[in-house]
Design a protein around this ligand. Structure first.
Ligand SMILES: [Zn+2]
Length: 90
């Protein structure tokens, strides 16, 4: 049983999602799941302040040196895969 089912792999880093507590996370490890929520959760604030779109927000997050590594990886993943804004999980 050394094989990790693809469904249980983190979509961002490919690591084990560790059993996947979050049913709605769609295959993310704990770190990236938390970062994913952070990226989605912070957007409304940013949008209200900057008045810019989701794509610009992700680009900003990805190149902000103050952004945590996990969050930046999630933003880069979203850009690469053209992930649409998802705020239903909030
Ligand atoms: Zn991960």
């Amino acid at each position: 049983m050394s094989d990790v089912h693809p469904k249980n792999r983190c979509r961002v880093c490919g690591g084990s999602s560790g059993g996947g507590s979050g049913a709605d996370s769609g295959g993310l490890c704990a770190c990236h799941e938390a970062a994913w929520r952070e990226v989605c959760g912070h957007y409304p604030t940013w949008e209200a302040r900057m008045g810019a779109g989701w794509g610009e927000y992700l680009a900003e997050v990805a190149r902000n040196p103050l952004t945590g590594a996990w969050v930046r990886e999630v933003a880069e993943f979203m850009i690469r895969n053209r992930i649409a804004r998802q705020d239903r999980r909030a």
